[in-house]
Design a protein around this ligand. Structure first.
Ligand code: MV4
Length: 450
């Protein structure tokens, strides 16, 4: 196994990776920005190096500097976490060129899955159902109107390089399409440097259900069931759970097998996620593939008993998976919520010093923490300060446990979304599993029930 790795990330995911490294006797190297000198990941790592200013492009996105630290410290591999450089094919390539293992799939796969149009072509070839729509970039708005008229409204206009809903719009008419096309293309160009646009049929009231896969370099690929992440706000996930309350065994198996076909067709290795939209009839459609560990990976760990970071390290080192599909367990129900330093009414970030941080503990309660008491939440990064993961035998018990755990959260000095999450856990529609992606639009939370 690797003796030493560098973690090219910050916050809870850097802490999470370091924890598994410690359990595997792997030395850890942290990098940090001027804003993070007191951060938890810096304190926990065996070594830590300041790499630049507080803004991400000055530090956590500085590829040359990070590789320089890795070489200087004789780190054998780099774990990119999620976000930041985790799906940057150029970074993965630079690591390999420097003789450092990038903990993830090969750069070509990252590149291909970064393009929605490319990934739709590849997935269809692999026999994975894709959302009905086109598989080449639109030439102009006039072509868009022709295609949309043919397809029938509503349609989704999407940027091929898109993410986080940027450059994406739900369109109900040719007139609306004419009005919105240029603006979305400009946004796609500004954010991703790529204005390629395409159209999909709009899937009404879908669920977002994703399949976790693991693949070794010997060609073995398995799926670790699904996570349902339908409850989102402005494309920011709020709550994730496994298993999905919506899927039946037959659909679960079909989606898992489709995800494995997808990964195999790409020659994929390491951990990955295939995202699907699932309609009310349980038809599922490939949405995109994430070539990294995801924020919500703990719910899969809880129901399978598998440490995904450990697997990532072993797979990157070249070890075979060591188990087959039929050996993967699925026990109980796990729910994760993301705790943000934000105003629960306006959803604006709430930076500041955390003067009190008292959180519940106990069996079946897990935290992934980016902060501790007296930590300062700066405005430079994502305001997620913690993830709370609860596990129980059944979904109902998990919801009860989640609610009571949230009741024991006492954070002062900053505002948090805990009150928002508490109300969500009390919602009858959530309790009954009515978790479509429109949940928070349909049921705006009021906080009056708390
Ligand atoms: C869709 C869709 C319905 N039909 N595509 C949102 C983020 C981006 N990755 C894809 N998204 C969607 N694409 C078609 N053809 C609905 C969404 C969507 C959504 C998807 C997953 C989770 C939450 C969502 C919230 C609103 C819209």
């Amino acid at each position: 196994m690797f003796k030493k790795i560098l973690i090219a990330n910050r916050g809870e995911i850097a802490v999470r990776v370091i924890r598994t490294c410690k359990s595997m006797n792997i030395q850890t190297v942290a990098v940090y920005s001027e804003a993070d000198a007191q951060a938890l990941h810096v304190k926990m790592a065996d070594e830590a190096y300041l790499i630049g200013g507080p803004r991400v492009h000055e530090s956590y996105l500085n590829i040359d500097k990070i590789i320089e630290v890795a070489l200087k410290t004789k780190s054998e591999a780099i774990h990119p976490g999620y976000g930041l450089l985790s799906e940057n094919a150029h970074f993965a390539r630079k690591c390999e060129e420097a003789g450092i293992t990038f903990i993830g799939p090969n750069p070509e796969v990252i590149e291909q899955m970064g393009s929605k149009i490319q990934s739709r072509i590849r997935m269809e070839k692999a026999g994975v159902p894709i959302v009905p729509g086109i598989k080449q970039p639109l030439k102009d708005v006039e072509e868009a109107v022709l295609v949309a008229n043919e397809m029938g409204y509503p349609v989704m206009l999407k940027a091929s390089a898109g993410g986080g809903g940027i450059g994406m719009q739900l369109i109900y008419s040719a007139e609306e399409l004419r009005k919105s096309y240029a603006g979305n293309q400009t946004r796609a160009n500004n954010f991703f440097g790529d204005g390629a646009m395409y159209l999909e049929k709009y899937i009404q009231n879908p669920r977002h259900i994703e399949i976790q896969i693991l693949a070794d370099k010997q060609g073995n690929t398995v799926y670790l069931w699904e996570r349902e992440c339908s409850i989102q706000r402005r494309h920011q996930k709020v709550l994730e759970e496994a298993p999905s309350a919506f899927l039946d065994e037959a659909t679960r198996e079909k989606m898992g097998e489709a995800a494995v076909r997808a990964a195999k067709s790409l020659g994929y290795s390491n951990a990955g996620t295939i995202e699907f939209l699932v309609d009310s009839e349980k038809n599922f459609y490939f949405l995109e593939m994430n070539t990294r560990l995801q924020v919500e990976h703990p719910v899969t760990e809880e129901i399978t008993g598998i440490d995904l970071v450990e697997k990532q390290l072993r797979l990157a080192f070249g070890e075979p998976l060591g188990f087959t599909q039929s050996e993967i367990k699925r026990n109980g129900h796990a729910i994760e919520v993301r705790i943000y330093a934000e105003d629960p009414k306006t959803f604006f970030p709430s930076p500041g010093k955390i003067t009190k941080f008292s959180i519940p503990n106990g069996q079946n309660i897990r935290h992934e923490l980016a902060v501790e008491e007296n930590s300062v939440v700066t405005p430079y990064y994502d305001p997620m300060i913690a993830k709370l993961i609860v596990t129980a035998d059944t979904r109902d018990e998990a919801i009860d446990r989640l609610h009571s755990a949230l009741n024991s959260y006492h954070v002062e000095g900053i505002k948090t979304n805990v009150v928002f999450l508490k109300e969500l856990t009390l919602h009858p529609a959530f309790r009954s599993g009515e978790t479509t992606t429109n949940f928070l639009q349909r049921y705006p939370l009021s906080f009056t029930t708390i």
